[in-house]
Design a protein around this ligand. Structure first.
Ligand code: ASP
Ligand code: MG
Length: 423
């Protein structure tokens, strides 16, 4: 008997018919003798609908009081879906009970709309499991020390599921979703992309942060911190598929490195179109210049990603960095109105039409020339690289957005990811 957490995303919970199918699948696992905790998302589209209603009444809900209400509203989506799933299980003769975040309780800090989980009390859940019930816990929400309802940020149910699995020391956390695993890249761009049977936790962290949207990045961080075995798999297989086969399907996120070392140098190609580039031209090259530019940006609560500072000519240098595209106009205003005047920069330019393409692979640690192969591939396609950033297991380039698909396809091929896996 194992203790297993199942997480179902919004599409998997998208209709009463889908919920019935989820219930049949869950009941199958329970009948096989496992203790099952389920963490579902709201029905697909529901969180958007709820936040849309809120927006009609207050387009810019920025104050703490307003943000509190946003969480109050958004959290109801999950309250409905857990109740429906519990009913569907009971209707099949499987004992089941649902709990909201505050009933468990799942304690969080008070950062409304992006709260962080602090602790989960598993006593109530355990008592129900021991009584033979399936326990269904809302994803995405918790309660702060003052008793206010909080939510964890969009896509936060993944993190809820992993946190519950960590708190309960579950044997595995199965993330059921509308794709059947983690792919070498987005199959909509490269039809030859293939599912990875395993991916290391470090690679998954990079893939998630670089724009592969299968998992919320915080859930991966959580899984890494508490070493929660986690598998991404499809909820669109027939619910009565053989349980042993199902347990091996999808993509397993592993913590063993050596296993992986033998395999491909690059495991996947990630991309991100959400960034924009800004450049401060002709800044005096003196100590403290990076701080005076990026300090001001950080103070405005704007996240910076790739950074480049050029060598100086005649005591002046250029300084470029990327930010989220949503922050583009804000950062330009800040640079033009505050940073340029105070640092003596000549001018400020920007380009919102860029993208970041990255190769990710643990194998890069032990192979040389991987980045060079990436640069050669891009040069053969005539793609100009604007910025480069590297870590032990990834190399990212910033390029013109219009070359993104071309770059992803070329790199997928160059790193042998198009080829079928050796048997
Ligand atoms: N329902 C929430 C959202 O749409 C949380 C989740 O689905 O993970 O963002
Ligand atoms: Mg999701």
């Amino acid at each position: 008997m194992a203790l297993i957490v199942h997480k179902y995303g919004g599409t998997s919970m998208g209709s009463t018919e889908r919920i019935r199918s989820v219930a049949q699948r869950v009941a199958k696992w329970a009948r096989a003798g496992h203790q099952i905790v389920v963490v579902p998302s709201a029905m697909s589209g529901e969180t958007n609908r709820l936040l849309g209603l809120a927006k009609e009444l207050m387009p810019q809900a920025d104050s703490a009081e307003a943000q509190r209400e946003l969480d109050m509203i958004a959290a109801t989506g999950e309250q409905v879906s857990v109740g429906l799933l519990a009913l569907a299980l009971q209707a099949q003769g499987q004992g089941a009970v649902s709990y909201t975040g505050w009933q468990v309780p799942v304690k969080t800090d008070s950062a409304y709309t992006k709260a962080r989980i602090q602790s989960i009390d598993d006593a109530r859940i355990r008592a129900d499991l021991d009584a033979g019930r399936v326990v269904i816990v809302t994803g995405f929400q918790g309660i702060d020390s003052q008793g206010h309802i909080t939510t964890l940020g969009r896509g936060g149910s993944d993190t809820s599921a992993v946190a519950v699995a960590a708190a309960m020391k579950a044997d595995e956390c199965l993330i059921y979703t509308d794709v059947d695993g983690v792919y070498t890249t987005d199959p909509r761009i490269v039809p030859e992309a293939r599912r990875l049977a395993t991916i290391s936790f470090e690679e998954m962290l990079e893939m998630a942060s670089l724009g592969s949207k299968v998992l919320q990045i915080r859930s991966v961080e959580f899984a890494g911190k508490y070493r929660v075995p986690m598998r991404v798999l499809s909820s669109f297989t027939p619910w009565d598929i053989d349980i042993a086969e199902e347990a091996r399907s999808g993509t397993l996120i592993t913590f063993e490195e050596d296993e992986k070392m033998e395999q491909a140098v690059v495991s996947g190609i990630a991309f991100n179109r959400d960034e924009a580039k800004v450049t401060v031209l002709g800044v005096p090259d003196r100590p403290g210049i990076a701080y005076s530019i990026l300090g001001a940006v950080a103070e405005a609560n704007i996240d910076v990603d790739v950074i480049i500072q050029n060598v100086s000519h005649d005591g002046k240098t250029d300084f470029s960095f990327t930010v989220h595209r949503n922050d583009y106009h804000r950062v330009l205003d800040l640079l033009n109105n505050k940073v340029a005047p105070s640092t003596g920069a000549a001018s400020v330019t920007g380009d919102p039409k860029i993208c970041k393409v990255s190769i990710v692979g643990i194998g890069m640690k032990s192979h040389v020339g991987v980045a060079a192969r990436m640069f050669r591939t891009l040069s053969e396609e005539g793609i100009n690289i604007q910025m480069i950033s590297t870590s032990e297991i990834k190399t990212s380039v910033v390029i013109d957005e219009k070359y993104m698909e071309l770059a992803v396809r070329a790199l997928h091929k160059a790193f042998d990811l198009d080829a079928p896996l050796p048997a």
